[in-house]
Each structure stands twice: as C-alpha cells, then as structure tokens.
Design a protein around this ligand. Structure first.
Ligand code: BYC
Length: 312
C-alpha cells in the first residue's frame, strides 16, 4: 500500500501537480518541507533585526516610513510561512523552540551587522534581490501552501528590492562621503549575499531530494549565477564596483565568471559563530518572553469568542 502511495505521489509530482496538506506524502518529504519552510520563516523574522536597528535613525520621514513598512512586511512573510509549516503537522511552539535552541537554522546573512544607513540600501538591493531570485523559483514548488505563500511574498519583495536600490542609487550619486558609504556597504554585503544560496550543488546535502520532489525547481548554483548576472549590471548602472577581482563576462556562456566564496566563513556563520548570531537569538528570546502576555490575551479572547461570548 505504502509503495503504491509513493508511486502515485511521485507521479503527481512529475505531472507538475501540487501536493496539498491532506494528501498522502512520504514522511521524508514532510520533514524536508518542515525544515526548509520553517527555516525560511525564521529568516524572515530574524531578518527584521538588522533593519529594525535603523528605523530610529532613518535620515528622512519618508525613508523611515518606507523602512517601517518593509520590516512589517517581513513579519507578515514570517507568519504566512509559519502557517504553511503548521499545515504539515507541527506546532508554532515547536518551531520557535527549534529556532531558539539552535536546532533550526535561519539565513546566514542576518548574522552580519548593519553599520551605516547605506546598509539599508545594500540589504534591500542585494539581500532582497537574492531572496527574490530564490523565491521566484519557489513559486513553482510542489507543496501548495508554500507555493501560494511565495506568490504573495514575491510581490512585496520586488518593492523591497527597489527600496534598497533607490537608497544605493541616491547615495552613489551623492557626495563623495555618501559614495564611499555605498561602496563600503556593497563591499561588505556582496559575498554574504552570494552565500545565501547555500553550498555548491556538489556539497548540498538536500538538493538531490529537493529536485526529485520539485521542492526546489533550480539548484543553489544555478540561482546564484542568475543573481550575479542580474546584479552586476545594476551595480554598473549606478557606478558601484563589485568587490571581486575575478569577475569577468564570458561571451560564450553569456554569464559572469566570479570568484570563490569563502566557505570557511560561510560554515562558521551557519554554525553559530558569526558576528551577531548570539545577539539575534537573545533578542528573539527576550521579545518572545516579553510578548507572552499578548499571546495569552489573544488566546483568551479567541476562546471567549469561540464560546459565543464577546460576539455581541
Ligand atoms: N544560511 O543542502 P543545502 C528574506 C544550510 S529572508 C544558513 O543546500 P537546502 C529577508 C541548510 O539549511 C529569505 N544555512 O540545504 C528577510 C542545510 O542545513 P540543515 C530567506 C544555510 O535547504 C528580512 C545545510 O546548510 N530565504 O528574504 O537544500 C530582510 C546544507 O545546505 C544556508 C530562504 O530561506 C544559508 N545561506 O538549500 C530581508 C529561502 N544555506 O537544514 C530579506 C528558502 C544552506 O540540514 N530556502 N544552509 O541543518 C532555500 O531555498 C534553501 O533552504 C537554501 C538551502 C537554498 C537556503
């Protein structure tokens, strides 16, 4: 029976059909999705911290309003993704527990500090730019709730990317000091952005199953290449220089050749030893504890309304 189920499941995947929460699915597929979607959700939530750091110091009221809206969107993305993960039979509490104890990862990029206003530009342009490349591909992922969350999230990410590019373009057309800040932000965020796509395909533990089950539609290296090809042109347009002496256009493949990522740095950050790993998790634990009364009040209210009290 189980072998039949597996065959039917794979046939559905191969035919490009979506798998929905109540459909039969192999346990390994369910676990793979819980891991990836929850880590994606945690990335959105932890990703609010580096930018949240600059809300009170935004240079204009407009810039402050736009940044607040962006950070709020990220909270919303985290919520869609936690909800999608919960459809796989795991509770929000378990997911938060996994994040806070280090069992679940979140994107390495959010363990780097935001040192200047130009970093808000670099995050929007590069980090959201990299996220879009990945998430546009994930719109076609095989699990229905994840795919639908990606469609909504991608629309908002395009606004985020433009918000960042606008900051970078203003600063690179500004005073020499502003140009220097923009270039410095690009220098610091370029390589960590390339790391967002994960290890090389040959080193990636999960890619083979992810491709077989159409959870991933493109591999880590293919998406990274797409991001480089798009972003180098955008940097040229605003007069910034990509910090990679090996970067070169290859007219035959019509792709950029680029230098090697520092994989020791990548794994150090992924394994908890980046600049901000401890700070990010401690902040999360503290706000979670401070928010306990809000969750209790919301639960008490929903229990009351479900019992028909408070509906009048
Ligand atoms: N950072 O076999 P692999 C945003 C881990 S947020 C940390 O290739 P997979 C935004 C990987 O988890 C959007 N860990 O794995 C928010 C695995 O470890 P585990 C973030 C990484 O899953 C606020 C191990 O390395 N986007 O847009 O096939 C402000 C082996 O890797 C990383 C997503 O989350 C990394 N960079 O591929 C601004 C996209 N890379 O789990 C913006 C969804 C790898 O076995 N996720 N690892 O312990 C994915 O597409 C895939 O999970 C990845 C990795 C491409 C990231």
């Amino acid at each position: 029976m189980s072998a039949d189920n597996e065959i039917i499941f794979q046939e559905k995947i191969d035919a490009g059909l979506k798998i929905e929460p109540k459909d039969w699915m192999p346990d390994k597929y369910r676990k793979h999705l819980i891991r990836q979607i929850s880590q994606h959700a945690h990335s959105e939530i932890i990703g609010m911290q580096p930018e949240g750091n600059w809300i009170t110091r935004a240079p204009t009221l407009r810039a402050k309003m736009v940044l607040i809206a962006k950070v709020q969107d990220e909270a919303g993305h985290g919520l869609y993704l936690y909800s999608a993960t919960e459809t796989l039979g795991i509770t929000r509490n378990e997911l938060i527990q996994q994040l806070q104890t280090g069992k679940a990862k979140y994107s390495s990029i959010f363990n780097y500090p935001t040192l200047s206003w130009a970093d808000m530009g670099a995050i929007g342009w590069l980090v959201d730019g990299a996220a879009i490349v990945n998430q546009q591909s994930l719109r076609r992922t095989s699990y229905g709730p994840y795919s639908r969350a990606m469609v909504r999230i991608c629309k908002e990410e395009s606004f985020h990317q433009r918000q960042g590019y606008e900051i970078m373009s203003k600063m690179s057309n500004g005073t020499p000091e502003q140009q220097e800040m923009a270039q410095d932000a690009l220098n610091r965020w370029w390589w960590p952005s390339l790391m967002m796509f994960g290890p090389h395909d040959s080193e990636s533990a999960h890619t083979s199953n992810a491709m077989k089950w159409k959870i991933k539609r493109e591999t880590n290296d293919d998406l990274r290449q797409l991001f480089v090809d798009r972003t180098v042109k955008q940097a040229d347009l605003i007069g910034l220089e990509i910090p990679d002496p090996k970067l070169k256009w290859n007219p035959e493949t019509k792709h950029y050749i680029f230098g090697e990522i520092d994989w020791d740095e990548f794994w150090e950050v992924v394994n908890g030893n980046g600049f901000c790993n401890k700070e990010r998790i401690n902040n999360h634990i503290n706000s979670h504890e401070e928010g306990q009364w809000v969750r209790e009040a919301a639960l008490a209210y929903s229990e009351k309304t479900q019992n028909g009290v408070g509906n009048e």
